[in-house]
Design a protein around this ligand. Structure first.
Ligand code: NAP
Length: 321
């Protein structure tokens, strides 16, 4: 099968499309023919092994798993002898640690995967698992977002931000999104009540106070965000930086809280249950996919270079079948 592989860490130039053996499912495994996958900043971090400690689980000197990609939509090709909930021909989507930027990926039956809702394309479906399984724990669990709250979302036009805006609006919060001029209309259409164009004004000098600030892209550090947080407000960030840790250590001593939330480490059962909610929300027409560029597998280097600019709008899709 064809796959985008990397044999060493580095820039997108180290990626190449090559033939590798097609996976064979173990007793509890499912082989999926991938129709659509994405390239995300997490793939960039794994490609470059940055920050350095990524090497502790990716492989110290070179990557152990040579195929990147963590979310997919596709068709079940074959299942292991003990698989009960999926059969060949099923249309499924979900998340896995790696390996989706290939014609076939092998996933555990007990992993964050689920049948796709009726009537959705593979490309649209592939936009949701990563962003939903990140945005939901931020908004529902860490932010405890509820009607009447004021929420600021920094990076409102990114994959996670564009879904977070839609979900926070549905949860009843008053949403302000931060993005650049070209994305202002989109972020409003997704449900933001107000948009701050960061090229025209400085979000931390807006004068408005927010109950929760969700910095999806690491552009508004806590020290600046504090100025526009309510006295008991929460600052949540998806972006790893060493600077957040001293602030988290001070949480017990101050009313304003800072938190780096790591959603990837959540239990499979919690993710599976959240995917059921995702399917319901898609079926009810509550969530819109946001797709920027779509690339073929042969254009994988271009896809990575574009994601690395940090300015994609929503999702970058790679189509396969
Ligand atoms: N903590 C976790 O568990 C977890 C899980 C998954 C992902 N992540 C991390 O979450 C982060 C976001 O991922 P993503 O896929 O949503 O990113 P993304 O889609 O690549 O974000 C791109 C967006 O960021 C916007 N942006 C750039 N500079 C900005 C600024 N100064 N202010 C506001 N927006 C700005 C861009 O808008 P403009 O073009 O308008 O500038 C663009 O639309 C990544 O760092 C990823 O590694 C964390």
């Amino acid at each position: 099968m064809k796959a985008a592989i990397y044999a060493k860490y580095g820039s997108p130039e180290v990626l190449e499309v090559a033939d590798i053996p097609k996976p064979i499912p173990g007793p509890n495994e499912i082989v999926v023919q991938v129709h659509a996958t994405t390239v995300t900043p997490v793939d960039i971090a794994f490609l470059r092994a940055k920050p350095w400690f990524n090497r502790l689980f990716l492989g110290l000197r070179r990557p152990k798993n040579r195929v990147l990609g963590s979310e997919f939509a596709g068709e079940v090709e074959s299942v292991g002898a003990d698989v009960k909930s999926f059969a060949s021909g099923d249309r499924i989507f979900g998340e896995t640690m790696s390996g989706t930027q290939a014609e076939y990926v092998c996933v555990q039956e007990d992993s964050p995967i689920i049948h796709m809702p009726e009537g959705i394309s593979y490309q649209d479906a592939a936009t949701f698992p990563y962003a939903f399984l990140t945005a939901l724990p931020f908004l529902r669990d860490a932010g405890k977002i509820h009607p009447g709250q004021r929420l600021l979302i920094v990076g409102a036009s990114g994959a996670i931000g564009s879904l977070a805006v839609q979900m926070a609006h549905l949860f009843g919060a008053t949403v302000t999104g931060v993005c650049s001029t070209k994305n202002v209309d989109l972020v409003k259409r997704l449900g933001a009540d107000t948009v701050i164009d960061y090229t025209q004004s400085v979000p931390s000098e807006s004068g408005q106070k927010y109950d929760v600030i969700f910095d999806a892209v690491g552009k508004l550090p806590f020290d600046k965000a504090r100025k526009i947080l309510t006295p008991n407000g929460k600052y949540l960030t998806a972006f790893f930086s060493w600077g957040i840790f001293p602030n988290m250590a001070l949480n017990p001593f101050r009313a304003q809280k800072a938190k780096l939330v790591t959603t990837g480490l959540r239990k499979v059962a919690a993710k599976k249950s959240d995917l059921k909610l995702l399917v319901e929300m898609i079926e009810q027409g509550k969530l819109r996919p946001v797709i920027d560029h779509t690339y073929a597998l042969s254009e994988i280097q271009e896809a990575y270079c574009y994601v690395e600019t940090g300015h994609k709008v929503g999702n970058v899709i790679v189509t396969l079948a």
